[in-house]
Design a protein around this ligand. Structure first.
Ligand code: ZN
Length: 205
């Protein structure tokens, strides 16, 4: 019988789509340049659209010392019926599971970098502060996501400086045109634009 039907408060879990493992190079593959790492994040976003498993966003956590992949992820909001299932949240959570620590910046841990096909929304930005991530690399700008109708939430204008003042390096606009192309393809293919304001009247928005 379905666990949800028998349990009042079911377990909560998120699982990456089945196609994803086959789309990732073998373990140990070296992603030497930030552009190489971004190529993977954008590819994941692209495949997520093509396979119709979620929104046009991909992200991945990399080990900075070895330039190898720790954890890949894609947006799974609609499929999982969870508003927190953004690619960045999944990549961070999976990396923490794989590296067996809630703090990716803890003593003895390899420094890690989050690469995301689009700049983090307000929620993911908050999660970054708590994650122990040491470096953030972004493709599309948050304005590019807003331009197609996604709500990135309320973010301070100086969010980049805010991260840098906490020792998190930020690099923007890496392969931005390629990342923006995925956003545009998603809209062109009729992908649903979702945000928590969609049920509001014009006055509430
Ligand atoms: Zn987000």
């Amino acid at each position: 019988m379905d666990a949800i039907a028998t349990k009042r408060f079911p377990a909560f879990a998120l699982e990456l789509p089945e196609w994803l493992e086959a789309a990732i190079p073998p373990a140990g593959h070296v992603y030497a340049a930030a552009e190489d790492r971004m190529t993977l994040a954008i590819r994941l976003a692209e495949l997520n659209v093509r396979e119709r498993t979620g929104g046009p966003f991909g992200a991945a956590v990399f080990n900075v010392q070895t330039s190898t992949l720790v954890a890949p992820a894609v947006n799974l909001v609609l499929q999982s019926k969870s508003s927190i299932a953004h690619a960045e949240i999944l990549a961070i959570s999976l990396a923490q599971r794989i590296l067996d620590s809630h703090d990716l910046g803890a003593p003895g841990m390899p420094p890690v970098e989050l690469v995301t096909s689009c700049e983090p929304c307000a929620m993911c930005l908050g999660a970054l502060h708590w994650s122990g991530i040491r470096r953030l690399v972004c493709g599309a700008r948050d304005g590019d996501a807003r331009a197609i109708g996604f709500d990135e939430g309320s973010k301070r204008e100086d969010w980049v400086e805010g991260l840098q003042s906490r020792g998190i390096q930020v690099r923007r606009d890496v392969k931005r045109p390629d990342a923006v192309a995925v956003l545009k393809d998603y809209v062109a293919s009729g992908g649903p634009i979702y945000n928590a304001r969609s049920g509001m009247t014009d006055r509430q928005r």
